[in-house]
Design a protein around this ligand. Structure first.
Ligand code: NAD
Length: 276
């Protein structure tokens, strides 16, 4: 399929995981790709080589999306290399939430700074370029099932992801008439590990998770990056033209039946934890 022939797409946090999966599927469909990440490693080299082997252009943009100067440089370099931007996928995140009682202002500033503020200002720069270009465009932000309900120790992550769903609504309204759509994709449990080729067949079958998936996920497996990339492809292509301001959940039905109760062991010092 060539659903994105000639399109220029920038994907944040795409050296590995779901972002690399989106880059791969977009390139398979004819797009040239800007790979952004906060660090470059062999995974970044690998996805760029793969894209180039498809006959597409892959450019590298090292940037912390939480940093204003980095964002400016990333977009300037992308535009210089590609001449235009048609699609932005906001995907980058670094998160490991503490328990609510231990959230610090530094952690809040760190996570909100890149995963909410960074997504907003990346989106703003992209749509301002798209408006100048005059041929519409697509902004897709990767949200999460954590935007809808709480799991243990996901307070700031959940707030950030819920904020992205809400941002898509406002962007749809404020960008009316521009031909730019703004949507989110909310993954469920996705096996986004970096795996060597010989273990790729185990993806979605993560040890320790297989039983859980069998019992609680209607599709009877964990998700894989391509599941998320396919939803992004739909939104990024002409097929998704009339979808705007939405959050599409891609979770194999995980949330449909109600998620089972789950708990994490209480650590010493947490409310209700046994005294030492
Ligand atoms: N894996 C899942 O089960 C799952 C579920 C729901 C939502 N998601 C969402 O999918 C997206 C991708 O998740 P993943 O599992 O592929 O994660 P990942 O950790 O494999 O990839 C995230 C990438 O973002 C990069 N990154 C982190 N901070 C950055 C910054 N400030 N600037 C630029 N790059 C930065 C990291 O270096 C990494 O390469 C995230 O938005 C995540 O919240 C994942």
């Amino acid at each position: 399929m060539n659903l994105l022939q000639g399109k220029k797409a920038l994907i944040t946090g795409s050296r590995r995981g779901i972002g690399a999966g989106i880059a791969r599927v977009f390139a398979e469909n004819g797009a040239d790709i800007g790979i952004n990440d906060i660090q470059r490693d062999e995974n970044a080299d690998s996805i760029m080589t793969e894209i180039e082997a498809m006959g597409r252009t892959a450019t590298w943009h090292k940037a912390d999306i939480g940093n204003s100067d980095d964002r400016t440089r990333m977009f300037d370099d992308f535009l210089e290399a590609h001449g235009q931007i048609d699609i932005l996928v906001n995907n980058a995140v670094a998160s490991a939430d503490p328990h609510f009682t231990n959230i610090t202002e530094d952690f809040w500033d760190f996570l909100v700074g890149h995963a909410l503020k960074g997504y907003l200002f990346c989106s703003q720069r992209a749509v301002n370029e798209m408006i100048k270009q005059g041929s519409g465009g697509r902004v897709i932000s990767i949200s999460s099932v954590h935007s809808y309900r709480a799991w243990p120790q996901d307070t700031v992550y959940g707030i950030v992801k819920a904020g992205l769903n809400r941002m898509a609504l406002s962007m749809a309204v404020d960008l009316a008439g521009t031909g730019i759509t703004s949507n989110c994709v909310a993954p469920g449990y996705i096996d986004s590990r970096v795996l060597p080729p010989e273990l790729e067949h185990t993806r979605g079958q993560l040890e320790g998770y297989v039983d859980y998936a069998r019992d609680y996920i209607p599709n009877r497996r964990g998700g894989v990056p391509r599941d998320i990339a396919n939803a992004c492809l739909f939104l990024a292509s002409d097929l998704g033209d009339y979808v705007n301001g939405q959050t599409i959940t891609v979770d194999g039905g995980f949330l449909s039946g109600g998620v089972p109760p789950e708990s994490v062991p209480l650590e010493p010092g947490m409310p209700g934890a046994a005294e030492q």
